[in-house]
Design a protein around this ligand. Structure first.
Ligand code: B12
Ligand code: SF4
Length: 483
């Protein structure tokens, strides 16, 4: 089949395209998965990469091949687009997490579907398509990130994103939480693997600017890899954010290496304060570890924390919301992400709930961790939804933002906490305006400033003699933050 024009689409859920309201979270990261796949296409082809979260799609074109990435909450939109382009005569390929979980649902909308990561199957498909023998279905089995072609970042419209420098240097995670997408998605092969360190460093060096966001499920998942990566990054002068588990933060001194390389904020999956809840969710890596210790350690290194919490686990009753918020505020967690427990198809949790007839709707639009789509055990669905909304309001009340900020020893950390937390949640209308004016890139220096190093109390005491230097450093940052 002769292919000249290729269109790659990341469809958006309705909320992200609203003419009235554009939450900042949809303008954070570019479609890295599709840019990764684009690298396997002949560079001479005419390729357009469109992300509906940040732009209106032109649907009047006539591409020969359409490649669509399907998540759970964009699935209906993805199928609509697929049907549209098939009716116009295009060859349509669908892949991603939702297609992998429910291939039979996706297949009628596609010429070819893909299960699992695309690094082995997509190049095979491209060859088969050129030879006129594409299969209806490809399943990934070879799991490696060795010798990947460089991601086609040139196809990404950087100015539309606050964090264009997102990067993934591994796939999957070594753990097995029952609510996580990962075991289902990586079935049939390894479910945790990393890039070669030098390749990851080369990719980082290719990125302009100094702020990076690692989207890896677990950046500290392999100590050997992460240590070599951080040591290689030291001296590059960057600042970065990422995600990791409770146990990995407390294990040996890897987190110190991360901080020295520029780690300034970490997404931590606390999920619940209940040991039974952790055990029930298969989250063994959190069991027996002190969350206070995690906070203290990250605090001492000047690393801000985005704590992730799930409500609606089987032991959770109506008190869970207050208990969790009180703890998070007192501990000084910088930002919190709350989720209503959501059993995604393909997970152990979904199978268990389905077997007990606890799933109440299969409307995938509602599987966004904000709606209750199953029957909780110790409260009603309405109580769970109410408690979840209350937790967000309560955690981000001015008084609580202020209180949580004061939990840190260093004044600079307190200020950063205050600006970072209130910046995300208290100025949503301002974000909306900036997105509409296409001025997100103007705010990147401010983000970098807030993520610049913190002089912790430990360091302050040890460096009293150099207090003049620290004071100048403080002043610089304050100016940048005010911009
Ligand atoms: C970044 C991110 C976001 C970003 C932006 C997404 C973007 N621009 O790509 C934002 C913040 C907007 C976001 C929002 C949400 N997200 Co999100 N997000 C992620 C995250 C952390 C990383 C995605 C990523 O870039 N991965 C790296 C790239 C290289 O991998 P990839 O995108 O999966 O692409 C590979 C394969 O999937 C495959 N592939 C994909 N498409 C296709 C197509 C074809 C044809 C082929 C061959 C292969 C293929 O090949 C690619 C290369 O291997 C993932 C977690 C994760 N580890 O995947 C969660 C994740 C995808 N998000 C999830 C969810 C639930 C959401 C939200 C609903 C949550 C919420 N409450 O807000 C919203 C709504 C999203 C939506 N639009 O519908 C779930 C999805 C569950 C599911 N079963 O679909 C995940 C898995 C998180 C989790 N652990 O539960 N998210
Ligand atoms: S630790 Fe996080 S990424 Fe790993 S399996 Fe659990 S929820 Fe998924």
């Amino acid at each position: 089949m002769l292919i000249k024009r290729v269109k790659m689409i990341l469809p958006a859920l309705t909320e992200a395209t609203s003419p009235y309201w554009r939450p900042i979270k949809y303008s954070l990261f570019p479609p890295l998965g599709l840019a990764t796949l684009a690298a396997y296409l002949d560079p001479a082809l005419e390729i357009s990469l469109q992300d509906e979260h940040v732009e209106r799609l032109n649907l009047d074109d006539n591409p020969d091949l359409v490649v669509i990435q399907v998540y759970i909450t964009n699935a209906y939109r993805a199928y609509q687009l697929a049907d549209h382009y098939r009716a116009r005569g295009a060859y349509v390929a669908l892949g991603g997490l939702h297609v992998t979980s429910l291939p039979d649902e996706a297949a009628p909308h596609a010429d070819t579907i893909f299960l699992g990561p695309g690094e082995d199957t997509f190049p095979k498909f491209v060859k088969d398509l050129a030879a006129g023998t594409p299969l209806r279905r490809y399943e990934s089995s070879v799991r490696t990130l060795k010798s990947l072609p460089p991601i086609r970042r040139d196809l990404i419209q950087r100015h539309r994103y606050l964090v264009p420098n997102s990067i993934v240097v591994s796939r999957g995670c070594p753990h097995h939480c029952t609510f996580c997408y990962k075991d289902g998605f990586f079935e049939g092969g390894r479910s945790f693997y990393t890039q070669v360190v030098d390749d990851a460093l080369a990719e980082i060096e290719r990125l302009p600017g100094k702020h990076l966001y690692f989207l890896d499920d677990h950046l500290l998942g392999s100590t050997k890899f992460a240590r070599a990566l951080f040591r290689g990054m030291r001296g590059m002068g960057g600042v970065f954010q990422g995600a990791a588990t409770v146990d990995s933060i407390l294990r040996d001194d890897l987190i110190e290496d991360a901080a020295a390389a520029g780690l300034r904020s970490l997404f931590v999956g606390f999920e619940t304060l209940s040991n039974d809840g952790l055990a029930g969710a298969g989250k063994r890596q959190n069991l027996g570890h002190s969350y206070r210790e995690v906070v203290k350690r990250l605090d001492s290194l000047g690393i801000m924390i985005n704590g992730s919490f799930v409500f609606g686990l089987d032991g959770d009753d109506r008190d869970v919301f207050r208990r969790t918020v009180d703890w998070a505020v007192e501990a000084g967690i910088t930002t919190a992400t709350f989720h209503v427990l959501t059993p995604y198809p393909g997970t152990q949790l979904f199978r268990e709930m389905e077997a007990r007839n606890r799933i109440v709707t299969r409307n995938w639009d509602l599987y966004d961790t904000r709606h209750v789509i199953y029957r909780p055990l110790c409260m009603s669905p309405a109580e769970l939804k109410y408690g979840y909304d209350w937790a967000y309001r309560e955690f981000y009340r001015w008084s609580n933002i202020f209180k949580a900020s004061t939990a840190h020893d260093s004044v600079k950390h307190q200020l950063k906490h205050f600006f970072y937390s209130s910046g995300w949640k208290k100025f949503e209308q301002a974000w909306d305006l900036v997105i509409r004016l296409k001025q997100l890139s103007q705010l990147r220096p401010m983000l970098e400033a807030v993520l610049s190093p913190v002089q912790t109390r430990r360091q302050e005491v040890g460096e009293l003699n150099r207090v003049d230097v620290a004071a100048r450093d403080d002043a610089d940052d304050f100016v940048s933050v005010k911009l």
